[in-house]
Design a protein around this ligand. Structure first.
Ligand code: GLN
Length: 428
């Protein structure tokens, strides 16, 4: 045991030393901090990552010193040892991250040219958003992050909020109870259609009726303010980065034009679909508030990464949801997450995803990474035009479709988990 530990320490020393030598370009036995930070950025390890708090704190305390010795370097890495070691050994889940993000950038630029679609206007405040807004963020299981465009502007989550609320309802009530009240079948109708299944349940948690239902099961014991605080706290915890905000005018605008959602709730009440003692008006208010939460694509990509990682946040390293909760949520995102386009989307893209009328699109690549895009113009089914086009290019280039493993050898797609040098060797 002791020996094992010793040899592990030694090999850490070696990889740290080797890395130091690589960055020590001028041969002064010192490296330039900026070079180190650039290298980290290229690998997707960027500032405001909670795992790097102590690293950046120490850098700040150096007050302008821009070169460090090997001993200082070793100390600097100390608290985030495991993460740095993975990076130094090129063992992060996407080892050639710079190359990967270069491809993503190319797709992004291509998709940006697409000016089709119309910004949602049935909630008046939503149509005030510029159709030009465009953002993309990625977060891998190792917390490697990359963003483009308006990634720091909060956008209206709308239907994407249905993912978190479904997870919360499951965690609180268990699968059996939740699904006594909501089905798990694509509805075959628009997201706000007044229809129930044969058991008088809304079809799934991702149509409006189903989301109103799952919302009714999230902390109904709390008074409204506490209940909403709970959801905000959970967004923060599940994302691990950034602060969710609430857009009051979107909320008021939605509530003012919510005849259909009222109709859905009362239709379900009439059919005894809700759990006992559900307060209908309180549930509706809670639903409107949840739809009016805003986050940046950066935070939402990190949330998607928590889902991709079976409920464990790559950035805070906390288990936020049980793996079974996430499995259920991703299964329904795969079959029902894209409105009336869900079957088509899974056929051609093969990934769990959830869109919202605010123009957001959340995509989960299980065991690899989360992606979030934001571009307000929507197609006739209510999905973001650029978001969908991005997904098409993404799975054309990379082997991310759920069934790509079956055709991979013929399709010539790229697996970013594998270093290109290894790829050449394995095909020889
Ligand atoms: N808040 C919107 C509604 O209830 C959400 C719909 C959506 O994003 N598809 O109509």
């Amino acid at each position: 045991m002791h020996n094992h530990k010793k040899s592990k320490n030694k090999s850490r020393q070696n990889s740290t030393a080797l890395f130091f030598q690589n960055l020590n370009k001028n041969g002064h036995d010192r490296i330039i901090i900026k070079d180190l930070i650039n290298y980290m950025n290229e690998n997707g390890l960027i500032k405001d990552d909670p795992r790097l708090d102590s690293f950046f704190l120490k850098i700040n305390q150096m007050n302008g010193i821009n070169e460090i010795t090997f001993e200082e370097f070793d100390k600097l890495l100390n608290e985030s040892k495991a993460l740095f070691e993975k990076m130094l050994r090129e063992q992060l889940i996407i080892p050639e991250f710079k190359k990967f993000t270069h491809q993503i950038q190319k797709i992004y630029s291509q998709v940006k040219l697409n000016k089709d679609g119309v910004v949602a206007n049935y909630i008046p405040q939503l149509k005030k958003v510029s159709p030009e807004s465009f953002a993309l963020s990625i977060c891998t299981l190792d917390g490697q992050r990359f963003s483009l465009g308006d990634h720091d502007k909060p956008f209206s989550l709308q239907s994407i909020s249905k993912t978190l609320n479904y997870c919360l309802a499951l965690e609180e009530n268990g699968e059996a109870f939740v699904h006594r009240h909501v089905g798990r079948e694509p509805s075959g109708h628009g997201f706000d259609e007044i229809t129930l299944d044969n058991y008088k349940r809304p079809h799934n948690p991702f149509v409006n009726a189903g989301a109103i239902m799952t919302n009714s099961m999230v902390r109904p014991d709390l008074e409204p303010a506490e209940r909403f605080d709970f959801v905000m706290k959970m967004w923060k915890k599940a994302s691990g980065i950034g602060e969710p905000t609430f857009n009051n005018s979107v909320y008021l605008s939605e509530r003012n034009t919510a005849d259909r959602n009222f109709a859905l709730a009362y239709f379900m009440k009439e059919n005894n679909s809700f759990p006992e003692n559900t307060e209908i008006l309180e549930t509706l208010e809670f639903y409107f508030r949840c739809c009016s939460v805003e986050q940046t694509t950066e935070s939402m990509a990190a949330f998607a990464a928590t889902l991709a990682n079976a409920g464990h946040s790559p950035l805070t390293e906390q288990q936020v949801f049980q793996p079974s909760t996430v499995k259920n949520c991703l299964s329904l995102m795969a079959s029902c997450g894209m409105y009336d386009f869900s079957g088509e989307f899974f056929f051609s893209i093969g990934l769990p995803a959830k869109s919202g009328v605010g123009g957001g699109l959340l995509i989960v690549i299980p065991n690899l990474m989360g992606v979030c895009l934001w571009s307000p113009p929507l197609d006739s089914l209510g999905n973001p035009v650029r978001g969908i086009e991005f997904c098409k290019h993404l799975v054309n280039k990379f082997n991310f479709h759920h069934f790509d493993s079956l055709t991979l050898r013929h399709a010539g797609k790229v697996d970013p988990r594998v270093k290109s040098s290894t790829k050449v060797r394995s095909s020889e």
